[in-house]
Design a protein around this ligand. Structure first.
Ligand code: AMP
Length: 199
């Protein structure tokens, strides 16, 4: 299955390492160059804004899905291909998931982590079959951004609270190219799930 639309979760803040802003911009541009539509939270700040800049700069399609209260705070971008204004954070996540063939998680904070863990948990219990990748982008210090989280997860695995299958179910990749390869492989496995039987 080819990936036509990818939902990207990432930081709404710029963070302290400008290399990660560049990564987000490059990911947006790279997806646009491959003709892949970007679906994201519709914000204009931080890595979210850089992601949209990168994709729009390459003439890509960008769909933002944002709750009304964030638009009222002027957090939404007005120059996207489409901006869907929804009633709640829950509706936002459901709509983002509906529009995506895969989830890609870039560096971020607690909002990004919450989004990642929800889609991962839901995949683990069979509520959807959309593949998930963590982009373990290198920070200025040379370490993959998600390494501390991956260490914590390995500790949780050793304690017997997460299965090896669950850990292996998430693609971890240092580059967009490798992430897309892993996602496409899992997407074409044609797994079935409760919400999309036979998909
Ligand atoms: P974080 O990783 O904590 O920056 O959270 C990213 C997520 O937080 C986004 O997907 C949004 O749900 C939400 N968010 C927080 N601040 C903003 C903002 N200024 N604009 C848009 N979304 C935001």
């Amino acid at each position: 299955m080819s990936l036509r639309s990818i939902c990207v979760f990432c930081a709404s803040s710029p963070g302290t390492d400008s290399a990660l802003l560049d990564v987000a911009r490059e990911v947006g541009a790279g997806l646009a160059r491959r003709g892949i539509r970007v679906v994201y939270g519709g914000g204009g700040s931080g890595l979210m804004g850089a992601l949209a800049d990168g994709a729009l700069g390459e003439g890509g399609e960008v769909v933002g899905i944002i709750p009304g209260f964030m638009v009222d705070r002027e957090w939404g971008r007005q120059d996207l291909t489409e901006l869907h204004v929804v009633d709640s954070m829950h509706e936002r996540k459901a709509r983002m998931a509906e529009h995506a063939d895969a989830f890609l998680v870039l560096p971020g904070g607690i909002g990004t982590l919450e989004e990642f863990f929800e889609v991962w948990t839901w995949r683990q219990i069979g509520l959807h079959s959309t593949p998930i990748a963590l982009l373990d982008a290198h920070t200025g210090s040379g370490q993959g951004f998600w390494q501390p989280l991956l260490s914590a997860l390995r500790g949780i695995y050793e304690a017997g609270f997460v299965s090896e299958a669950s850990l292996e179910d998430v693609v971890v990749a240092a580059t967009l190219e490798a992430a897309l390869e892993g996602l496409a492989e899992r997407a074409s496995a044609g797994e079935t799930c409760i919400l999309r039987p036979g998909s």
